[in-house]
Design a binder for this molecule. Structure first.
Ligand SMILES: Cc1cc2nc3c(=O)[nH]c(=O)nc-3n(C[C@H](O)[C@H](O)[C@H](O)COP(=O)(O)O)c2cc1C
Length: 242
């Protein structure tokens, strides 16, 4: 049991450049796809396709797609940020503001096409683009909520497998927003009716990644015993409702 928890705790985001000269072995990619294969999906829809991009020219073309950071992103991003480690430790949720470029953490900032919102994609040995068909919906699921949750299960399975193999993993979700999505669909010849929920960069860091503070709520912060608001206690006598 401890082994599973260790794998879960060690999984983390790698928002860093990868070594372009160190490819991800095909055997390892196969393991990552095997993990995707066995992910749970609503109605066992298996509602995903994965495009493996390791052609430097195509990666370069993806990296150079022009995009702006929306005002909505800047406003909502700001709401999730902490500006010191103390603040983040106290809140237990969110991200340290220093993870983002200054313009992305400045409310009221007027988006400008000159903001560089690009990620180090061309130097990544491989990028995996996940694609799904929004018309193949989880039955009677409003907004295909369950279908979309299923994509999250696929993400997590692949991420855990990659990290277990010592491969760093970075989710790039901006890729699924217009105009980037439209341009990627053109470059990769993806049929129009399909959507890109997210993509991942995979590889090995150029230099050892700096440690960053990762926080989580405590168990009793999010568990409720029998009734909402009635905190579940971790201690042995937690069986009794208060
Ligand atoms: C659905 C989803 C989308 C995400 N999109 C991005 C993203 O676009 N860029 C990014 O750097 N991290 C992204 N992340 C990573 C989260 O920010 C990260 O998991 C969270 O801050 C916790 O940090 P950890 O992964 O190191 O534990 C995403 C994670 C999920 C589950």
């Amino acid at each position: 049991m401890q082994g599973v928890l260790d794998i879960l705790r060690r999984r983390q985001s790698a928002r860093i450049p990868f070594d372009s000269k160190r490819p991800v072995a095909k055997e390892d990619l196969k393991q990552i796809f095997e993990a995707a294969r066995w992910a749970p999906t609503a109605h066992n829809m298996q509602n995903f396709e994965i495009i493996i991009v390791d052609d430097k020219k195509i990666l370069g073309a993806i990296e150079s797609i022009k995009s702006t950071v929306s005002e909505t992103f800047i406003r909502e991003n700001y709401e999730q940020l902490s500006f010191s480690e103390e603040e983040l430790l106290r809140k237990k949720v969110g991200i340290l503001g220093t993870m983002f470029p200054l313009a992305w953490r400045t409310p009221g900032y007027k988006p400008d096409k000159d903001i560089d919102s690009r990620r180090p994609i061309q130097t990544s040995p491989v990028m995996l683009i996940v694609v799904y068909d929004p018309d193949r919906r989880a039955p009677a699921s409003e907004g295909d909520f369950l279908g979309i949750v299923s994509l999250g299960c696929i993400m997590e399975n692949m991420w855990l497998m990659a990290n277990s193999l010592g491969i760093s993993f970075h989710v790039v979700s901006a890729i699924g927003t217009d105009p980037v999505e439209k341009e990627i669909k053109r470059i990769l010849n993806i049929p129009d009716h399909l959507k890109i929920p997210f993509a991942f960069r995979l590889g090995y860091p150029v230099s050892p990644p700096a440690k960053y503070l990762r926080v989580r709520r405590d168990i009793e912060d999010f568990t409720h015993h029998n009734r909402f608001g009635n905190r579940w206690k971790e201690s042995k006598d937690s069986g009794s409702d208060q």
